[in-house]
Design a binder for this molecule. Structure first.
Ligand code: HEM
Length: 381
């Protein structure tokens, strides 16, 4: 009865039938047959974005972005606030997972040649989303105002300062002064909780609009994609694909809680600008590029590293072959594999550099470039 009255109320005021049609069209849109679990990585990224916004809002009830209170407020969230520890851990794990999942989604669209004509713009917007997700991580890392964060930000902004012509200006803009301090914290806070979330929100909307408007790519070569898919060959968006997405959303939720409980992030010690810790390193996702910078004179290094994002954005305009199937694109797939191997190689070198590791019972000291030197006469050697 009430349901009928509500329905009538809306029918009297809006053209409900007219509004239903485009919605139904979107829901029943057929997807290509090769759609697999890999095609849920995009919606997994979306899930993580929503989770970050929600947990971020909960953290904001208690977080205070000042040098005197930031560290203490995060400590309060972790020890006193109701379920605060869980929200902080889900937020921290969510940030790391989001970078990994967005990267894997990018890899999927690379392997299936989805970035090719007519979807070049979807790729370009995607790369901007990836870069912004990394900046999200960089700005959020400073907010707890602990030693690691303080020094990683000092080093990170120093790297920005070495860029020719605009470097000094960028560094001062980021820091809000000559060194990392209260001004930097305010700036990073505004970027992290206002500018980036809104920018990402509108970019994601545009990205999804493009995906829906142009339809998902098939494995056919450019220009040979069939406009009207045979209903017998297509997969309906609803309920088939939506169900798959629901499954991965639940899986992601479970993973976030499990990681938060079993492997929580430490808060560490409060930032102390007067005591520089040994071996400052950025977060794992910046580690490969940061390590590459060590091998080159500063200016050349920055040039090499800033070429990487430019190359990524422009990739659809370099790889102009018509084939989408990975087996028919040996050159671009080989380039992709080499890039992934180099990221892993430099990432691992960056991770072990300036540390002591025991390998097969022998102790090695890795220097700043990641070269191992055996420690003789070590008690465990
Ligand atoms: C916050 C980040 C992102 C979100 C929320 C997102 C979301 C999505 C969703 C839901 C889809 C459709 C389903 C799927 O293919 O998984 C999609 C498709 C696509 N995305 Fe993303 N995406 C993001 C980042 C990226 C990045 C970094 C790239 C590449 C640089 C990218 C390139 C593409 C392309 C080319 C398609 C079309 C795929 C096809 O037609 O087969 N996206 N995205």
């Amino acid at each position: 009865m009430i349901k009928k009255m509500i329905k009538q109320w809306f029918h009297d005021r809006f053209d409900v039938e007219g509004l239903k049609k485009p919605l139904e069209k979107q829901l029943t849109k057929p997807l290509p047959q090769h759609i697999s679990w890999f095609h849920t990585l995009g919606s997994m990224s979306l899930f993580l974005f929503v989770s970050q916004v929600l947990t971020g809002m909960l953290l904001l009830f208690y977080y205070r972005p000042t040098v005197d209170e930031a560290f203490e407020s995060v400590k309060y969230i972790m020890t006193v606030a109701n379920k605060g520890w869980l929200y902080r851990q889900i937020h921290a794990w969510g940030a790391n997972l989001m970078i990994a999942i967005v990267f894997l989604h990018m890899l999927r669209t690379f392997v299936t040649g989805s970035f090719k004509r007519p979807r070049e713009l979807t790729w370009v917007v995607g790369v901007l989303l990836f870069i912004m997700t990394c900046i999200f991580g960089f700005t959020g890392y400073l907010l707890p105002w602990n030693q690691l964060a303080y020094w990683a930000t000092t080093v990170g902004t120093e790297v920005a300062g070495a860029v020719p012509f605009i470097g000094e200006f960028t560094k001062t803009m980021l820091r809000g002064g000559s060194s990392v301090g209260g001004e930097t914290l305010s700036r990073f806070f505004v970027c992290h909780v206002i500018l980036l979330p809104w920018a990402l929100f509108f970019l994601i909307l545009f990205h999804l609009f493009l995906v829906r408007y142009q339809g998902m790519s098939t494995m056919e070569a450019v220009g040979e994609e069939k406009e009207d898919k045979d209903p017998k060959e297509a997969v309906p968006f609803f309920p088939d694909h939506v169900l798959k997405e629901g499954v991965v959303w639940f899986f992601m939720m479970g993973l976030l809680v499990t990681l938060s409980v079993l492997s929580p992030f430490d808060l560490g010690e409060k930032a102390d600008p007067l005591s520089t810790p040994h071996a400052i390193k950025p977060e794992w996702y910046f580690l490969p590029l940061y390590h590459v910078l060590k091998y080159f004179p500063k200016l050349v290094g920055i040039f090499v590293v800033s070429l990487a994002p430019a190359f990524l954005i422009l990739w659809p305009f370099f790889d102009r072959s018509k084939e989408r199937h990975p087996l028919k694109r040996p050159i671009s797939i080989t380039i992709g594999i080499l890039v992934i191997l180099s990221l892993l190689f430099f990432g691992i070198l960056g991770y072990v550099s300036e540390s002591k590791q025991t390998i097969f019972g022998k102790v090695y000291e890795f220097d700043i470039y990641g070269i191992p030197h055996q420690v003789l006469n070590h008690p465990s050697s």
